[in-house]
Design a protein around this ligand. Structure first.
Ligand SMILES: Cc1ncc(COP(=O)(O)O)c(C=O)c1O
Length: 392
């Protein structure tokens, strides 16, 4: 049995420690932007877009104001609106579905694969109707959805595929990167993301030149030429300062992703045989572990057990979007999406950010083991000593 200290401060994220790595470069580029007095557009935006295109292997990138706005801009670009249905998972952040309501389209929530937490292509097919206009494939926790199957379906039915790659920058799928796998892709640079900015930020990416032109127009109120609006878009611009900072952070993404992957490997090893389900990685996938998410029966008790010993954890997501009050009119009920609902009750994300040490990961794994030994995560256990968070 592993031995570990009684408590240790292990957080889900340590942005201050990350900042110490690149803070001087950030201060320099912020100063450059201040000196230039260029706050909207300008070279930093174009440079960031070009860098992202090279990085993920996509022809066009449109920097926007958030991941949510990237999704909204992508929907507007595809002309999704009233009367259209869009298929998406319920096991995702609210933003993925909220944008559909905002363009007047109907979200059609589909259940997930119980091993990967991503859209189940068979259920996608079953949910398709003549009104289906698009599929949003979320690469949840940083692992790509089953894009070959989803694209094949979409092609057959003439619908478009949007990748919600907010959590999956640099994840690979059979040798290709997330964002290069659908018709349009969306990224988020929210500060907690793998490429987190200094404030809100996002991006729309595509290989389709005409979609790129439209997305650029949608970013600025649908303006096709100065003071001429062919569409009604929004103000989805990314600030120049944020792009300049993201360019600095991009230099560290390879290293930070490698660290996340190392933590995941360490967890995989240390948690095996403990009665918790570790992340399943199908052949041909290389996830980026935006979250390292396990499943166990006594999830809340385990979270409390870890918290008492100084280790944070997170529940993503405690409730499926199909059961959110604002979507009650869609008619979903508890039991409508059983795989999603079961996952919502059992998932627990463990700390996996780049600045963790191997000792941090070993500590967290050691606590999961201690909890397990106490009977906490053993399938079907009713041992209340574990539920109270005390090892027997
Ligand atoms: C899967 C997913 N989609 C969309 C978003 C929305 O991005 P943002 O918070 O930048 O608007 C997020 C981030 O919260 C996300 O994780």
């Amino acid at each position: 049995m592993m031995t570990s200290p009684a408590s240790r401060d292990v957080r889900m994220l340590d942005l201050a420690a990350e900042f110490a790595v690149f803070g001087d470069d950030v201060r320099r580029v912020v100063n450059d932007v201040l000196e230039s007095q260029y706050f909207i557009g300008g070279p930093a935006i174009a440079e960031f877009e070009a860098a992202m295109c090279r990085r993920v292997g996509v022809a066009h990138a449109v920097a926007v104001s958030s991941g949510t706005d990237a999704l909204l801009c992508a929907l507007m670009t595809l002309g999704v609106g009233a009367g259209d249905e869009v298929i998406l998972p319920s096991f995702t952040v609210f933003a993925t579905a909220g944008v559909l309501a905002r363009v007047g389209a109907t979200p059609v929530f589909v259940d997930i694969d119980e091993q990967t937490f991503n859209l189940d292509p068979e259920r996608v097919e079953a949910a398709m109707t003549a009104q289906t206009k698009a599929i949003i494939a979320v690469h949840v926790f940083g692992q790509c959805a089953d894009m070959d199957a989803i694209n094949e379906l979409a092609l057959r039915r003439g619908v478009k595929v949007i990748e919600d790659a907010a959590q999956a920058i640099d994840a690979t799928y059979h040798g290709r990167k997330a964002c290069a796998l659908g018709d349009l892709a969306c990224l988020s640079f929210y500060p907690t993301k793998n490429l987190g900015g200094f404030g809100e930020g996002g991006m729309v990416l595509t290989n389709d030149a005409s979609l790129a032109v439209l997305a650029r127009q949608m970013r600025v109120h649908g303006e096709s030429s100065r003071y001429h609006h062919t569409h009604v878009g929004g103000n989805f611009r990314l600030d120049t300062m944020k792009a300049a900072i993201l360019l600095v952070k991009l230099n560290h993404l390879n290293d930070f992703t490698a660290r996340r992957r190392n933590h995941a490997r360490q967890y995989d090893e240390l948690l095996s045989g403990l009665g918790v389900t570790t992340p399943h990685v199908p052949a041909g996938h290389e996830p980026v572990y935006h979250q390292y998410t396990i499943m166990c029966d006594h999830r809340d008790a385990l979270a409390a057990y870890l918290r008492e010993r100084g280790a944070q954890s997170g529940v993503y997501y405690p409730v499926g979007l199909h059961l959110q009050e604002c979507f009650a009119s869609l008619g979903y009920k508890p039991g409508s999406l059983p795989v999603t609902e079961r996952a919502c009750g059992r998932v627990l994300s463990l700390p996996c950010h780049p600045m963790l040490s191997t000792e941090d990961v070993a500590f967290v794994a050691g606590q999961v083991q201690a909890f397990s030994v106490a009977g906490g995560s053993t399938s079907g256990s009713t041992d209340t000593s574990a539920l109270s968070g005390r090892p027997a």
